[in-house]
Design a protein around this ligand. Structure first.
Ligand code: ADP
Ligand code: MG
Length: 694
């Protein structure tokens, strides 16, 4: 294997490549336009495109594609080759600035919510020069934003880019007020920890539920799950090690800073974490990571399951999204420093985040609401559906002293007592981790733990950027023009910390007591996607998005419809898959086994042996089988009854009527699995799947 430093970024048209290959004036004009967000003129784009093409051809590429992120959750790309005829039967390789900047694609083939009626079918992809072009499968991929003819966003990228601008602008107002004239630009950064399962390909492909839905819809509990805690951080199996080596190589090639990898809590569950980057790049990189995970897994005869809850009874997968805010010089403004109580910039940002999280709990909640994540949130292994914040002892003390006006008593850093003289003393962090918190301050960043593993981080990130931008806006409006800025800032911070204390919770988020207490505090508890979706069309939130230029009202309403449509479609596929598996595979399998039991009973009787076991089992199985058939029929008619409704209307029906019937059907099928001889059971068991890579 080549050295990581040689591989890293070898397939990326990154800054170093541009600096080396582009004429100086072109390079500077491009940098300037990226930095200030101004439009790039077409002459410059022509020069960039020509050099991009030359570079790509040298790397063996033959095609280019505008790479974008429609609201399907996965990326899309339309490939064009570089060839252009010259009239004598031969071709040359061409790529113009126009082709680099803008592409056209059929907008109506992607989710567009209620906008379908109001916009032309055409959709456009626009080059996003803040993210580097890269080569994937011999194709030069140009990161783009995707919008409709009238400019309405149809993707994950557009609102995120808009939110980066919004928070940048509002944060700069605060920086000015705080006397930070040295700061020229503010941006947010994200590191997204990706959890996933790796399952043997043969076992996985024998399960239609995994093939169609990415999660098991049936399956009895195996004798062993994760109770021995022997997988988390455990030694990595050789087969998985090989997979991870190749994964890293592929990620590094396209410039993804893959850094950490380890086994997770559930059997066959793993995690990959990159080093954080600017948020829009983190979004692109995470989408690419998910794609590469799936691709590399196949090469190792594995299937990578990115679903939030592939298996009942073991932990699901999330995507902890670590967020911070920094200056153009890379200074992390969420670093509290030795004396946070005197770090006014830090305190004002902390206050802004606290107010944002409290005022817009509903938006944060809906940003992570998907059918898949509904199975994970609140399942006592992941944060609950209630949003709260964890700040840790040190900051709690600081806030308490600000709120009460009492003098701050410093927490003493303690030495960890390791009990062995040979070990060097380790200074204990002043805060322990609270792993149950949905939104935790972890030293110099916030960790939003609710996003689901297969979800785009786009939604969570643009919501976070926007709600904090709104706090900054309100703060700046209030502070601008103050005569005694220090006093005004102190008063503001005190007021915000006092007002929003209810959002801070340091206890165990997994308990029922917290649910009760949260209710008493007046916090939202939106248990599922259907409950959470209306946040997108709440008047206050529509106004927020309009004010910061994130969404027009039409765009907000479209997101709402898409959210519910997607929910209904997914549940429909799941229900149909379940009906298929139980009707076409489980019923006949149980009949075959019953037949075997009956024949054995008859044979025993002829021999004068009492067939008590066979008869008892047979009657138990027969009853359950009849029950199974009833449940299949009930589920089927529940699904049928949704047909006369629009997809948006179907979502609550799937939640309230179909989903419980799926659970009832599953209970009977799983019971039958435990009673049926293994050789008759048509699907690999949970044990076969979860321990398939051992
Ligand atoms: P853990 O949360 O498990 O302790 P780390 O501290 O290594 O792990 O961080 C997890 C993720 O947070 C990584 O992706 C890391 O790059 C990211 N991260 C670290 N610092 C920041 C920061 N200032 N802003 C955003 N993300 C960060
Ligand atoms: Mg973490």
């Amino acid at each position: 294997m080549a050295k990581p430093s040689e591989i890293f970024g070898s397939l990326v048209f990154n800054d170093a490549v541009m600096r080396e290959r582009l004429p100086k004036a072109t390079y500077q004009a491009l940098r300037e336009s990226v930095y200030s967000g101004s439009e790039l003129n077409v002459d410059i784009a022509n020069v960039v495109a020509a050099e991009m093409k030359n570079w790509a051809l040298e790397k063996g590429a033959t095609h280019y594609a505008h790479w974008f992120q429609p609201l399907t959750g996965i990326t899309a790309e339309k490939h064009d080759s570089f060839i252009a005829p010259v009239g004598d039967g031969t071709v040359i390789m061409e790529f113009s600035g126009k082709e680099l900047i803008k592409g056209e694609s059929d907008g109506s083939s992607f989710p567009s919510g209620g906008m379908r009626a109001t916009f032309e079918a055409r959709g456009y992809t626009n080059w996003d020069p803040t993210s580097y072009a890269f080569i994937k499968d011999k194709t030069l991929c140009i990161p783009t934003a995707f919008c409709a003819y009238g400019g309405e966003a149809l993707d994950e990228k557009t609102p995120l880019l808009r939110s980066m601008e919004a928070i940048g602008n509002q944060a700069m107002r605060i920086m000015k007020l705080m006397g930070r004239d040295d700061v020229k630009k503010i941006t947010t950064n994200v590191g997204a920890e990706q959890e996933y399962f790796l399952i043997d390909k043969t076992a996985c492909e024998a399960r239609p539920d995994l093939v169609y839905c990415g999660r098991t819809l049936l399956g009895a509990k195996p004798p062993k799950r994760q109770e021995m805690d022997d997988h988390y951080f455990g030694a990595i199996q050789p087969r998985i090690k090989l997979f991870m080596e190749e994964l890293n190589e592929e990620l590094w090639k396209v410039g993804i800073l893959s850094k950490t990898q380890h086994n997770e809590a559930a059997p066959s569950q793993h995690e990959m974490a990159p080093i954080f980057t600017e948020t829009s790049l983190a979004l692109d990189h995470n989408q690419l990571t998910m794609e590469i995970l799936a691709k590399v897994a196949k090469r190792h005869d594995l299937i990578c399951l990115l679903h939030e809850k592939p298996f009942v009874g073991v932990n699901g997968s999330g995507k902890h999204t670590n967020w911070s805010i920094s200056t153009d010089k890379g200074e992390n403004l969420l670093k509290p420093g030795k004396n946070p109580e005197n770090n006014k910039v830090f305190l004002i940002i902390l206050a802004a985040v606290m107010q944002a999280v409290d005022d817009y709990q509903d938006l944060l909640r809906v940003s992570v609401a998907t059918a898949g994540n509904d199975h994970r949130l609140g399942a006592h292994e992941a944060p609950p559906a209630i949003i709260s914040m964890f700040l840790g002892d040190e900051l709690d003390h600081v806030i308490e002293s600000i709120v009460t006006g009492q003098e701050l008593t410093k927490l003493k850093k303690k030495m960890l007592e390791l009990g062995a003289m040979a070990l060097p003393g380790v200074v204990k962090d002043t805060t322990d981790r609270n792993r149950t918190s949905p939104f935790a301050f972890t030293g110099n960043k916030f960790e939003f733990r609710m996003p689901g593993s297969q979800q785009s981080i786009g939604d969570a990130c643009f919501v976070l950027n926007t709600i904090v931008a709104e706090s900054f806006r309100q703060f700046a409006d209030r502070l601008e023009g103050s005569e005694d800025m220090d006093a005004a800032v102190d008063a503001l911070i005190k007021e915000v910390f006092t007002k929003h204390q209810r959002i801070v919770f340091n206890g165990d988020n997994y308990t029922e007591e917290w649910e009760k207490e949260a209710e008493a505090r007046g916090l939202h508890n939106m248990r599922n996607t259907v409950d959470a979706a209306p946040a997108l069309i709440d008047e206050k939130n529509i106004e927020l998005f309009k004010r910061h230029g994130i969404f027009s009202e039409i765009e907000s309403r479209a997101r709402y419809e898409i959210k519910l449509e997607e929910y209904a479609k997914l549940r429909n596929i799941e229900a149909l898959t379940m009906i298929d598996m139980t009707r076409k595979n489980i019923l006949p399998a149980v009949s075959a086994y019953s037949n075997d039991l009956a024949n054995t009973a008859i044979a025993k009787k002829e021999l004068g042996v009492n067939p008590r076991a066979e008869i008892q089992l047979l009657s138990e199985i027969s009853d359950l089988q009849a029950d199974l058939l009833d449940k299949i029929n009930a589920l089927e008619s529940a699904v049928d009854s949704t047909e006369s409704f629009t997809l948006t209307e179907q979502a609550p029906i799937f939640l309230k009527d179909v989903l419980p019937k799926m659970e009832e059907l599953r209970a009977v099928a799983d019971k039958l699995e435990t009673l049926t001889a293994e050789e008759y059971w048509p699907f690999p068991s949970y044990g076969d799947l979860l321990f398939s890579t051992k």
